[in-house]
Ligand binder design. Structure first.
Ligand code: 5AD
Ligand code: SF4
Length: 478
């Protein structure tokens, strides 16, 4: 029997149910016939977007490998292709549709190819409708809430030869039972919570990833301890807004408590992202300042430096409150590196409002800034606002913004010349295997001449020169 499609519904996704989210711990179910389905077969996953997607792809890899599929580097030769997509801006979506179009050709040369598309984009009604109408080469469409269903969906697709569509609009359980195949042996992503309840007016994430659901502290700590035991050197705790950690639990535990405990698990480098400036507490600053394993780096999205724009964005802080937070952070941690996100060309943003953003940048002088032109996302409140800012004005603003960003980044990088820094080694560079690369504690990319350095080690590097986005140096004795 062909199962009916389960289609996404953004209105339903917007609703929030009260109460704790149930946890799924039962043994992960792979139907008997699929346990060896991938023997001799290969899979290829392309991941778009943020770290949450990167981590989801590691779960997808875990699931496919549990069915005996093996990973392959080239998409052309794969038996299963999976795109894990991002919906944050229109250009991200256009890239995915371009890729979906390309894969049609592969499907023609290899009719047995199984092509699956999932992630944030497929949580949107218009995307699923477009794939259904125009892209018959897609065999399986799934969403962010049903990764655990991949084996069953593949089974359906293999047996029925009909396309399979299952996208849940509402989050289900917190899944503690899914396999994982990590991309790195030294750096690991660890989810601490899923979803977002902030509903910034421009953002699609609360719709595509559902309500805030925290994992239990003991589950997180158990995972981090296991990673320490396996020799991991760095963990990054992940959540759309980690500051909200624990608010949905009945445990009186907050992010600062969790962070303090993770810092003691034996992992040399602990990072976290992302923090909303609105609920960043002094208790969190204190934990960051006193725990040596927490890296002196913070991603703190500003979005705009103008109070009226921040208000319409639904950000719940003013530019002054943001600057005050930066001051408190820097007073306690003078060497803290800061990065941020900025959106230019929000509906009706004036020249003066844009210049307010530039002024904040001049005051804070970030190490790194991710800058974006506003992109209307269907069903978000901002998408309904009329917008009097022409696209070429938005583009010109982005250009001006990027010039300031680059100047500050270069200034920060140059200040490091002559310093000896600790670097977690990622390995030899692809272009020149005689040069190694890695990241400093402040998250700066370093290319260096190694002496003893091995992938996954933390070594000392003397910085000899600086470019805007990279430092160059040589390894020195630890
Ligand atoms: N348009 C442009 N940028 C956006 N972001 C989120 N939604 C949009 C949008 N609709 C940016 C924000 C956020 C980052 C992850 O992406 O700056 O912090
Ligand atoms: Fe989007 Fe705002 Fe949530 Fe970040 S905090 S994911 S920008 S809604």
């Amino acid at each position: 029997m062909i199962k009916p499609y389960v289609l996404p519904d953004l209105k339903q996704a917007q609703r929030r149910q009260k109460g704790e989210t149930p946890i799924e711990r039962t043994l992960f179910d792979i139907p008997e016939v699929l346990r060896t389905a991938g023997k001799g077969k290969t899979y290829f996953i392309r991941t778009y977007g943020c770290q949450a997607n990167e981590r989801d792809s590691e779960t997808l890899r875990g699931i496919l490998e549990a069915m005996a599929f093996t990973s392959i580097e080239s998409m052309e030769d794969a038996d299963v292709i999976l795109l894990n997509t991002c919906a944050i801006r229109e250009n991200a979506e256009n890239k995915v549709f371009g890729e979906i179009g390309q894969i049609k050709r592969l499907k023609q040369t290899n009719p047995d190819l199984l092509f699956m598309v999932g992630g944030c984009m497929t949580q949107e009604e218009h995307v699923v409708n477009r794939i259904l109408a125009k892209h018959p080469q897609v065999d399986v469409i799934f969403g962010t809430h049903n990764l655990h269903r991949i084996p069953q969906l593949m089974l359906q697709a293999y047996y029925s030869k009909e396309r399979v569509v299952e996208v849940f609009s509402k989050e289900g359980e917190v899944y503690e039972n899914l396999p994982v195949s990590r991309n790195s042996l030294s750096k690991a992503w660890v989810n601490i919570m899923y979803g977002c309840d902030k509903f910034c007016t421009y953002c699609i994430v609360p719709y595509t990833r559902g309500k805030e659901r925290s994992r239990l502290p003991e589950d997180i700590l158990c995972e981090v301890r296991e990673l320490a035991y396996q020799g991991y050197q760095e963990v990054t705790l992940l959540g759309q807004n980690v500051n909200a950690y624990g608010k949905d639990l009945d445990l009186k535990v907050d992010f600062a408590d969790l962070l303090a405990q993770v810092a003691q698990c034996g992992i040399p480098r602990v990072r976290f992202m992302t923090s909303h400036p609105w609920d960043f507490t002094d208790k969190m600053i204190e934990v960051m300042a006193t725990q040596p394993t927490i890296m002196p780096f913070l991603h703190l999205p500003l979005q705009s430096g103008n109070d009226a724009v921040l208000k319409i964005m639904g950000r719940r802080y003013t530019a002054d409150a943001y600057l005050d937070l930066v001051n408190r952070l820097r007073t306690r941690m003078p060497h803290l590196a800061l990065s941020t996100d900025i959106i230019v060309g929000f509906p009706n943003e004036t020249e003066e409002q844009f210049e307010d953003t530039l002024r904040i940048l001049e005051k804070v002088r970030y190490d790194n800034v991710y800058s974006f032109i506003y992109s209307a996302r269907e069903s978000t409140p901002a998408a309904k606002m009329e917008d009097n800012v022409p696209q070429d004005v938005k583009e010109a603003r982005l250009k001006r913004l990027n010039a300031v960003i680059g100047a500050h980044a270069l200034e920060k990088a140059k200040a490091m010349v002559g310093q000896t820094v600790s670097v977690l080694v990622d390995g030899p560079s692809k272009k020149n295997p005689a040069i190694y690369s890695g990241y400093t504690d402040t998250n700066k990319l370093v290319n260096f001449v190694p002496t003893t350095a091995q992938t996954g080690q933390i070594v000392h590097v003397l910085i000899e020169s600086a470019r805007t986005w990279t430092l160059q140096g040589k390894q020195v004795a630890n």
